[in-house]
Design a protein around this ligand. Structure first.
Ligand SMILES: O=C(O)CCC(=O)C(=O)O
Ligand SMILES: [Fe+2]
Length: 191
């Protein structure tokens, strides 16, 4: 299903995985990925980011994030399998995956665009959600458009075209939620 918005290409498949497939993949990834608590430097002080992360990809892939350099860990079998499935429906090839673990509703990601130069001008980002449903918010950088997409377990959101150029997105804090959510964002690093 396409979601219409100015200067964006958004496609959302709420039932990309069945709920039992999604639950099984959640359990496997939660226990098997190499989750780490990263820190960023804010005014020279180390601050723990409000989620756990793990970075996987083809060998040698490096990724910069708020001054943090991450080297990709080698693909696991589960990640290779789900990547192939996502590549089949999107017709795109991905060489890396940033995994996020939101331990409960207090974990978040703030407003940003995935517009690092190494992703190219019009990156395709495929985002798979597992576990607790969290609201994904998008806001246009210059128009007054806003969108909220509830990302349920097993859903796939693909952002392409101008989306990262024209929009920012975030995952707001929802304190009352006590269950974890895993998000996999498949990306293609160029060059
Ligand atoms: O968890 C999400 O749905 C979004 C994650 C995200 O925006 C990112 O990792 O760049
Ligand atoms: Fe993002």
């Amino acid at each position: 299903m396409n979601i219409s918005a100015s200067n964006a290409h958004l496609n959302f498949e709420p039932n990309f995985l069945s709920s039992s497939q999604a639950r099984q993949l959640f359990d496997t990834l939660q226990s098997s990925l190499n989750w780490r608590q990263d820190e960023i430097y804010v005014y020279g002080r180390a601050v723990a980011i409000p989620r756990l992360q793990a970075w996987y990809g083809d060998s040698g892939q490096e990724y910069q994030y708020s001054g943090l350099k991450m080297t990709a860990m080698p693909w696991t079998k589960e990640l290779v399998d789900i990547k192939a499935k996502i590549e089949a429906v999107t017709g795109c090839q991905f060489n890396s995956c940033l995994a996020n673990l939101y331990r409960d509703g207090s974990d978040t990601v703030g407003w940003h665009s995935d517009d690092e130069p190494e992703l190219g001008a019009q990156p395709v980002i495929a985002s798979l959600s597992l576990g607790e449903t969290r609201n994904f918010q998008l806001k246009h950088k210059t128009l007054k458009e806003k969108l909220t997409i509830p990302l349920n377990s097993g859903s796939l959101l693909v952002m392409a075209g101008e989306t990262q150029h024209a929009w920012q997105h975030c995952l707001p804090r929802t304190k009352r939620l006590k269950s974890p959510r895993i998000n996999l964002t498949f990306r293609k690093i160029i060059g």
